[in-house]
Design a binder for this molecule. Structure first.
Ligand code: ADP
Ligand code: GLC
Length: 480
């Protein structure tokens, strides 16, 4: 089976969140299952710099906003990938530094609509083997709004591959205007309630849902939730009507990259049968990274940790409101790594300034520090208001760092209260606070705590099961 996997980010080349992890691990798992994979990515500056052995596969002339772009398609190898990467190289659209979607000032790039339309056109051209590479995919698997037009462009091919579209987060719809639609010369038949039109504009995510053969999302609970008004972002009706092709497949985690026994970022290793002293050594190292002079003095006290995009989805406001009381009532410490909305960043900096000995905040993106936090914290906070899947709670289970989560989406599917973590049911500061206090009580009961850690660390959240489910879906289409 030949698979063209199309994504706007992939670890370790470019990553802003869990999509990047999945766009690495899933195709690698499918390759292991003998699928012939090509991963197609935009040629952002950081991606181009990391590639080795690049060769040009050919050139495509693609329609942009009122102009044609000459796009080079590159093929390259990367040591972490066992199959070739294909890159859409169009400097005018992608040769930019930093976050792939945002300008340095935090606002979206104004031409995102054009950037991802051209990217999707390139994917569709490659899927019909326009470059005559003698490689035609049986399946094209696209992810999130940035690739939503891929299934739509493929709709126009007489002989098309099976189109699978995965929603990683319905909150990001790729909504643009009718003027954009016109300037990009998109097919007029898409402009309909049954097509990509959405409340007077158009939505790339909606196009992906409408024009694919199968829609998946990244956990079974989220698949049900998005069919309701509370989680549907206006697409619940559409998703209900497409429930015949909607599937919830839980993400896995990469057990090689996220393994406390071998993690290359950790100063001390540990495993389920010998959690200590490794875990405490990581706790000391983590505190040291934040400038704590005598980390040993802090080791007896619970260290709450969080790694997150700082956006409303993640319940950051609940944390900011709950932590001061938790600090007043207990001996807990709190460490956070995150970046996102300026307002949250500022509030967190203030919290750290008010409690310099007990609150440690790093504003920014740091992969290595994220691993150290997963290992060094005692418990992990993830009170997301909604969470399509969530990877961090699975990483923390694996690292013996029981997660504290709201009962929603993938969090509900992966964490069991009082067995391997702590689950609460209402997104309220008071309820979160009560749950943190409950967790801290357990922390001071060593036998109870070790049982929680052990239960979490024994989970098998690898990619094999999920990859098998995706394969079954690909095959279903191929034989339909
Ligand atoms: P989401 O994709 O919604 O952000 P996930 O839990 O699925 O949430 O995945 C988040 C991923 O991004 C994890 O691998 C996490 O470690 C990483 N991450 C998020 N913020 C940071 C940060 N500031 N520094 C390093 N890694 C981060
Ligand atoms: C999105 C979701 C997150 C999920 C990730 C990978 O960013 O917010 O819940 O784990 O995609 O699928």
């Amino acid at each position: 089976m030949k698979l063209l996997f199309v994504a706007s980010e992939a670890y370790p080349l470019v990553k802003t969140g869990g999509l990047g992890d999945v766009a690495y691990s899933l195709p690698v798992a499918l390759h292991k299952a003998e699928v012939d994979v090509r991963l197609l990515l935009p040629g952002y500056r950081d991606v181009l710099r990391k590639l080795r052995g690049v060769r040009i596969l050919g050139w495509l002339e693609l329609q942009g906003a009122g102009q044609l772009h000459t796009v080079r398609i590159l093929e390259s190898q990367h040591p972490d990938y066992p199959f070739p990467l294909w890159i859409v190289d169009c400097p005018a659209l992608f040769d930019r530094p930093g976050n792939p979607y945002l300008q340095p000032n935090g606002y979206d790039w104004a031409d995102n609509v054009e950037r991802y339309t051209v990217f999707a056109r390139a994917a569709a051209e490659l899927a019909r083997d326009a470059l005559q590479l003698n490689w035609t995919p049986d399946v094209v698997h696209a992810h999130d709004w940035q690739t939503g037009l891929v299934p739509a462009f493929l709709d126009m091919l007489p002989q098309r591959p099976q189109r699978v579209f995965t929603i990683h987060n319905l909150a990001y719809g790729g909504h643009f205007s009718q003027a954009d639609f016109t300037s990009l010369h998109l097919p007029s038949y898409w402009w309909s309630g049954e097509g990509a039109e959405f409340y007077g504009g158009f939505s790339m995510l909606k196009a992906g849902i409408v024009y694919s053969d199968a829609v998946t999302t990244v956990s079974p609970t989220y698949a049900r939730e998005i069919c309701t008004p509370a989680f549907g972002y206006g697409m619940d009706g559409l998703l209900q009507s497409r429930s015949y092709k909607l599937h919830g497949i839980l993400n896995g985690i990469d057990n090689d990259i996220w393994n406390p026994a071998t993690d290359k970022y950790l100063p001390a290793h540990y495993a389920v049968d010998a959690i200590q002293p490794g875990k405490s050594q990581n706790k000391a190292a983590l505190l040291q990274r934040f400038g704590v002079e005598n980390p040993a003095e802090h080791l007896p006290f619970p260290l709450l940790g969080m790694v997150s995009r700082l956006v409303e989805q993640k319940g950051v406001d609940l944390i900011i409101n709950a932590i001061p009381d938790v600090l007043a009532m207990t001996d807990a410490r709190f460490v956070l790594i995150g970046a996102g909305h300026g307002y949250f960043e500022q509030r967190l900096r203030e919290l750290a300034a008010q409690h310099p000995d007990r609150v440690f905040v790093f504003i920014g993106y740091d992969e290595q520090l994220a691993h150290l936090l997963e290992a060094g914290a005692d418990m992990f906070l993830m009170p997301s208001r909604f969470e399509p899947c969530g990877l961090n709670q699975m990483y923390s289970l694996r690292y013996g760092t029981p997660p504290i989560v709201l009962h929603t989406g993938g969090l509900a599917d992966t964490v069991t209260d009082a067995v391997d973590g702590f689950v609460f049911h209402e997104p309220l500061t008071s309820v979160l606070k009560g749950t943190i206090l409950r967790a801290i009580d357990c922390f001071y009961q060593p036998a109870v705590w070790q049982q929680l850690q052990t239960n979490g660390m024994k989970h098998a959240f690898g990619w094999d099961n999920s990859a098998t489910d995706y394969l079954a879906l690909y095959n279903k289409g191929a034989t339909a």
